[in-house]
Write a protein that binds this ligand. Structure first.
Ligand SMILES: [Zn+2]
Length: 236
């Protein structure tokens, strides 16, 4: 080993560990989707409010896991960058460096951050919509505000969130734009993007996303479920 200088850290090994860590993200996403669906089921059958609150806690736990995972990945990536940049003479204690960076990131965390998780926010918003549709759960004195007793008004207000900004009818396969978070009917948005010679702007009024790409679109399973449940309620 004589004559060799510089760190003997295998960046390839770290890189592949990192990508398997990133796979954990999909487990967290699946868990959040499941918890959301359970909460929807509970609302649909007018289940116990305590059980619904438990799903809220589960969602916040997933949000915490998600934050921890992302911050750990960030700490490893920053450490790798630092070692590559500094080219230290002696092999640095990589583990200790990561631990230090990770602790610094965690030191700034607050509980409020957890509620800003995108999936958690979606969960809260859809839950609110569904409560309006289905009414109060058991074990709560939740009351319908008197001015909303007019059923037609309530339904109209709710439906606007389910309407595609292109077709202006209720969506069947909602696709969410990861960039601006707006939602459209799958077929309509595909046709729109494909037929624009240059850049396609988001059709939602007031949106400043001027360059939409097909790859920015992801199916919104939670919204799809909410629309289906609403239609089921209406037909009963
Ligand atoms: Zn938009």
């Amino acid at each position: 080993m004589s004559g060799h200088s510089g760190p003997l850290i295998s960046f390839n090994t770290i890189g592949s560990s990192l990508s398997s860590l990133k796979n954990c993200q999909s487990y967290i996403n699946t868990g959040m989707e499941l918890a959301t669906n359970v909460a929807f089921d509970l609302i649909e059958i007018r289940g116990d409010e305590l059980d619904i609150n438990n799903m809220d806690k589960v969602m916040l736990e997933y949000s915490a896991m998600n934050r921890e995972l992302n911050q750990y990945i960030q700490a490893v990536e920053e450490t790798m960058d630092q070692v590559k940049r500094d080219h230290p003479e002696r092999i640095p204690d990589f583990k200790a460096l990561v631990k230090e960076k990770f602790a610094a990131l965690q030191g700034r965390n607050t509980d409020e951050d957890l509620k800003r998780n995108e999936r958690y926010l979606q969960f809260i918003n859809h839950l609110k919509e569904m409560r309006k549709q289905v009414g109060p759960a058991q074990g709560t004195d939740w009351e319908q505000p008197t001015e909303e007793l007019d059923e037609d008004i309530t339904i109209t207000q709710t439906q606007t969130n389910f309407i595609c900004p292109i077709t202006l009818v209720e969506m069947k396969k909602p696709m969410r734009n990861k960039v601006c978070n707006h939602v459209y009917e799958e077929e309509a948005i595909r046709i729109m993007i494909e037929n624009k010679p240059k850049k396609a702007r988001c059709p939602k009024i007031g949106c400043d996303n001027l360059n939409m790409k097909i790859t920015d679109l992801v199916p919104d399973a939670v919204l799809k479920r909410a629309i289906e449940i609403q239609n089921k309620q209406k037909s009963q």
